[in-house]
Design a protein around this ligand. Structure first.
Ligand code: ADP
Ligand code: MG
Length: 270
């Protein structure tokens, strides 16, 4: 069983990549559970037939915690993917991270995630702030392999540095850093900077995904890029990445060596 969490800054491309990985594994005949852990709540719905919306764990728990059931929040998407979305608090009220923690507690209680039931579990997690809530997939040992989506932009790397700190903290739970996924913002992006940054953190860049107009066309069709345009450069990069992820050796992954904030800003200086 592969338990993967995709972390990264908001808007970096986590859901594009996480849903494409899920769709790819499912198309290969694997049973996949996809858990959206971003208060934005727009990850798992991308895997439903025709798009659409779904009842989130927080919606269900806030309606009536006593009647909450696993069936109420597990939805079947395309290719038999089982989807679930944490959901978010009312804007201006409550805490997004707390919703993620609550969701994982609920899935745990309902024994939703278990060997034999799924071949692959994919968590799509917001990583701007790695507070207790957003760290829940690491803390409770839900996810094992952590992948961080970055771009060439300094603040995307800053978020990756912070996420690496959390991965290091929770490594005692068997969590390991699989590497970075570079989702490039521009054609001429400085790939060397991303490679050097990965090296500084004792990790590696698993894939460079190019900026690809097919990604947005796929979104408009309410499909993932691997379904909508499997021959496109972005889809090919994601499918190769999918193989690398399942082939990863947890034992061989070094502990991340995140930088202090001071070291980070020194690093990104020209
Ligand atoms: P996140 O889940 O990290 O918040 P999303 O996956 O929703 O971010 O992506 C944010 C936006 O960036 C989307 O609207 C998507 O179309 C666009 N995007 C992401 N990756 C690419 C890419 N490789 N090429 C073109 N557009 C992309
Ligand atoms: Mg997202």
């Amino acid at each position: 069983m592969h338990r993967i969490a995709i972390y990264g800054k908001g808007g970096i491309g986590k859901s594009v990549i996480a849903t494409a990985l899920t769709a790819h594994y499912a198309q290969q005949g694997q049973s996949v559970l996809h858990v959206g852990c971003d208060p934005k709540g727009d990850s798992a719905p991308r895997l439903l037939e025709g798009g659409g919306t779904m009842e989130t764990v927080l919606d269900m728990l806030s309606r009536n915690p006593n009647t909450a059931s696993a069936q109420g929040v597990l939805h079947t998407g395309r290719h038999g993917i089982v989807c679930c979305e944490a959901g978010g608090p009312e804007p201006g009220l409550g805490c997004g991270g707390r919703g993620v923690a609550k969701t994982l507690e609920f899935l745990d209680e309902m024994e939703v995630i278990s060997d034999g039931d799924q071949d692959v579990v994919v968590f799509d997690v917001l990583g701007d702030v790695v507070c207790g809530g957003f760290a829940a997939p690491l803390r409770r040992g839900f996810a094992e392999q952590i992948l961080i989506v970055v771009s060439e932009e300094p603040m995307a790397l800053f978020a990756a540095n912070n996420i690496s700190k959390a991965v290091k903290t929770y490594s005692r739970n068997g969590v390991f850093l699989g590497g970075f996924i570079a989702n490039l913002k521009s054609e001429g992006a400085d790939r060397d900077l991303i490679n050097r940054f990965a090296e500084a953190l004792s990790t590696r860049v698993l894939a460079f995904i190019p900026r690809d107009p097919e990604v947005q066309l796929a979104e408009r069709r309410r499909l993932t890029i691997v379904e909508s345009a499997p021959e496109s450069p972005a889809a090919k990069a994601i499918m190769a990445l999918a193989e690398d992820i399942v082939g990863a050796d947890a034992e061989a992954a070094p502990l991340p060596t995140p930088l202090s904030d001071e070291e980070f800003f020194e690093f990104i200086k020209e």
